[in-house]
Design a protein around this ligand. Structure first.
Ligand code: SAM
Length: 355
């Protein structure tokens, strides 16, 4: 039949994506920290909190997908910019049937694949564990048409997830267009695209609050620094350097949300949700409290050792006190860093004009 959007003229990726090399290099060089190093991190609780937010988001839309389906129907997911596979266990828990993992950093994709194989091995040893098939490839989602790399190009997806990565495509219109098309084109009608991205409004609000003429703001765990005068920011390529204690030091781009909504509509994606992390936390805490407590990692911190070891000085305030109080575990700096983000969700419509 009709391929649909193949006939539409596509913007040329002529800008050359200079920054994507910087980003890929940065993530390829990142060392995988062991458990002890993670505990030492100043953003230990923020990482757990972000992980909880992703779980809440995935569970929310997975729940909607399961409502549409009959028991036993296969669920297929694309994890776009999967990194080292931080969400693999979430996909496992959601009992999906097939997963596609892709990221620009080939070292990360390899780690992700190894983690998947570990999960499979564990599943083999347990008769209750669930198994799912998966495929992995490294590529730039802002330049390459992902569908052409799938084992089955006619594959219909139920969910596309892009966590803490979608903003890299706002370098240029061509890249953003390509990324949104990748998110949309294999989604079955009624399927969802979910993402977590920095909140451009919040970033601009904090920049203004930093004072006239300022290009930089932040605290002891994160900083954001604009290259150019922040008064005349373009819609695409509004570049800033993002630094997050020990994990990220990368150029990023503001995501102009109304433009994202327009691009999404072009590919049949209708916006359903745009919530800041602070809002989403408030909204989902009532049914996510248990999970947050488990994920906040408090049980695993050996409180007494923490209290006496200078390496864990930043966790000292937790000793003996904060058990069971999830937010209390995030430092003020961590809370400021995590509330830079928002969650968003889109639904794939039958016809692009419905979006
Ligand atoms: N989604 C993972 C998670 O939540 O743990 C990883 C998030 S990490 C902050 C951002 C990821 O985006 C990195 O793994 C990076 O390599 C990837 N990335 C950045 N630009 C990309 C691009 N143009 N195409 C594909 N992946 C990209």
């Amino acid at each position: 039949g009709h391929g649909g959007d193949e006939e539409q003229p596509q913007p040329e990726p002529e800008t050359g994506a200079a920054n994507t090399f910087v980003v890929a290099h940065h993530y390829n060089e990142l060392k995988e920290a062991g458990r002890k190093d993670r505990l030492k991190s100043k953003i230990f609780f923020m990482r757990n909190f972000n992980n909880w937010i992703k779980s809440q988001l995935i569970n929310e839309y997975m729940g909607k997908i399961k409502e549409q389906k009959r028991v036993g129907d296969a669920i297929r997911v694309l994890d776009m910019c999967c990194g080292k596979g931080g969400d693999l266990l979430k996909w496992d828990k959601a009992s999906i049937a097939h997963l596609i993992c892709t990221d620009i950093a080939e070292v990360s994709v390899e780690q992700c694949q190894r983690r998947y194989q570990d999960i499979l091995k564990r599943a083999e040893n347990s008769k209750y564990a669930h198994k799912f098939t998966a495929e992995f490839f490294a590529c730039d989602s802002t330049l390459v048409r992902l569908r052409e790399r799938y084992k089955d190009a006619s594959l219909q997806l139920n969910l596309v997830s892009c966590q803490f990565a979608f903003h890299y495509c706002f370098e240029s219109l061509a890249q953003a267009d390509c990324m949104v098309r990748n998110a949309a084109e294999c989604l079955q009608p009624g399927g969802y695209f979910i993402a977590t991205i920095p909140d451009a409004y919040e970033i601009m609000r904090r920049l203004k609050a930093a004072g006239p003429g300022q290009r930089k703001f932040g605290n002891d765990v994160y900083s954001i620094e604009f290259e150019n005068d922040a008064d005349e920011l373009p819609i695409f390529g509004a570049k800033y350097q993002f630094h997050l204690e020990g994990v990220v030091d990368c150029p990023e781009f503001l995501v102009h949300f109304p433009t994202l909504v327009k691009l999404a509509r072009k590919y049949g994606l209708q916006v359903l949700r745009r919530s800041t992390f602070a809002e989403y936390y408030k909204e989902t805490l009532p049914h996510g409290r248990h999970l947050l407590q488990r994920m906040s990692g408090l049980e695993t911190v050996q409180v007494n050792r923490v209290a006496n070891d200078p390496e864990y000085a930043h966790l000292k305030h937790l000793a003996g006190t904060n058990r069971g109080k999830p937010v209390g575990t995030l430092s003020k700096s961590e809370w400021e860093a995590t509330t830079l983000y928002l969650v968003c969700a889109f639904k794939k419509c039958k016809n692009t004009w419905d979006a």
